[in-house]
Design a binder for this molecule. Structure first.
Ligand code: SAH
Length: 425
């Protein structure tokens, strides 16, 4: 039916470091209905028009439906109380309001939550929520698996399965709001909640006051700049004042350094930038962040210097994983400072103690080493907080995301296959 026109086209991956093809994501739903989640207003209007509404009605309905979908988070057309009662079944026959399926939800002893999610075509990926005293950060995935193969990252040992669609990316944020009970209640005409609802609850943008989910980081599975179009389209819905209405200042996109896409990220998305730097010499960075062989340190730092919107008020975060005896010497710290100054970068450094995973070829630097490294950077006038590992007990910390299916060992998979065979025979 309408499915093909509603699907965004995925971006081809530039460069030779990514031999894995990225298949076109979505298979149309079997029931012929179209999932509206992930679509912007004009596309919703176009679908309504294709389904038979005249242009003016389609535009009006799209505006209403958009508000209900992204601002209020309703999951049925029946709940759209300002749409005529007869119109609601008409919508439900043709469209659905999707969410990623929750396979498993885990809570860490420190309050961090991790969800194992599944796409409609049965690919698993993860999302993490990290509550803090003054904020709550949702760590969102952009791909199922990853092509980058960073040596210290567990997700990097998964092969890339596919890009997530805009609906699957914005769907993570929507699911988190469902789980945290954080949709604005509002007081639209006809809504029967009026008693418990503050009059202005529906007004203005989504603020931090009293909210659990205040910030988003594109730091889950995948490289967001290798799925540029879908990430941009999803974040536009997140930032839309009549959508999820989260300020771009509360969103951070992290890249391992896909240099050719960085300027466009600044221009077309405009969120805060984080760069997974992790090393200051070619040799070490080539080894631990292999995309460095394609886009080297100088190019990367120049792209950071040129990043639209970066300023002292909106600094670029440089992530630096602390690997024992690999990148954690005093000289490394001093070289880091030198480079950041040479390129005049409005920078802050985020030191990440390495989170171990089974079979990882590195160890975490000692706490004394991390402290000393941080001091050198800090004494040069650059903020250098050490990121507290969160959710390690449920494998939710940086670099630990890898779905359960992929975590099974080869031997285990062979055993399962043999059992299945035996059961069939
Ligand atoms: N591909 C993007 C988004 C992933 S963000 C990027 O590379 O920036 C996840 C962050 O966690 C990155 O900075 C990554 O380098 C870091 N990371 C990966 N594995 C880690 C580990 N085992 N311990 C600590 N940090 C890790």
């Amino acid at each position: 039916m309408n499915a093909p026109t509603s699907l965004p086209v995925s971006m081809p991956i530039p460069g030779h470091v990514d031999p894995v093809p990225v298949p076109r994501p979505v298979t149309p739903r079997e029931d012929g209905r179209t999932d509206l989640i992930g679509l912007p207003r004009p596309q919703i209007a176009a679908l309504f028009q294709e389904a038979g509404l005249d242009a003016k009605a389609a535009k009006l309905r799209a505006k209403q439906v958009f508000h209900w979908l992204y601002h209020r988070g309703v999951t049925t057309f029946e709940a759209m109380t300002d749409i005529a009662k007869t119109m609601r079944p008409w919508l439900a026959e043709r469209f659905v309001i999707g969410r990623p399926q929750v396979v498993e939800a885990q809570v860490s002893t420190d309050g961090t939550r991790k969800w194992l999610l599944r796409t409609a075509d049965s690919h698993d990926f993860e999302m993490v929520f990290i509550p803090d005293a003054d904020r709550g950060t949702l760590c969102v995935s952009s791909q199922v698996g990853c092509t980058l193969n960073c040596r210290f990252c567990h997700t990097g040992t998964m092969k890339l399965v596919r890009n997530l669609t805009p609906g699957e990316i914005v769907g993570q944020v929507m699911l988190a709001r469902d789980a945290l009970g954080e949709w604005p209640k509002g007081s639209m005409a006809g809504l029967e909640l009026a008693d418990e609802v503050e009059e202005d609850a529906d007004e203005g943008s989504y603020t931090a006051d009293g909210r659990l989910l205040t910030n988003i980081v594109m730091m889950g599975m995948g490289e967001p700049l290798y799925n540029f179009d879908n990430v941009r389209d999803a974040l536009k819905l997140v930032m839309d004042g009549d959508g999820l209405a989260l300020s771009k200042r509360r969103i951070t996109l992290s890249t391992a350094g896909v240099v050719p896409m960085m300027a466009r990220a600044g221009e077309e998305i405009g969120v805060n930038l984080a760069v997974s730097l992790h090393a200051v010499t070619k040799d070490v960075r080539d080894e631990i962040v292999p995309i460095n062989r394609k886009f080297g340190l100088e190019e990367l730092l120049q792209a950071c210097a040129d990043y639209p919107g970066a300023s002292n008020a909106r600094r670029i975060t440089f992530e630096y994983v602390m690997l024992k005896d690999r990148n954690d010497s005093d000289d490394d710290a001093r070289e880091l400072v030198r480079l950041l100054k040479q390129y005049k970068l409005p920078a802050k450094v985020n030191l990440i103690p390495f989170n171990p995973w089974p079979g990882a070829p590195y160890e975490c630097s000692t706490p004394e080493r991390v402290k000393r490294f941080a001091e050198i950077v800090f004494d040069a006038g650059i903020s250098a907080p050490v990121r507290t590992p969160r959710g390690r007990d449920i494998d939710a910390a940086c670099g630990q995301l890898k779905t359960a299916a992929e975590r099974r060992s080869r031997a285990e998979l062979d055993r399962l296959a043999a059992e299945k065979q035996a059961a069939l025979g």
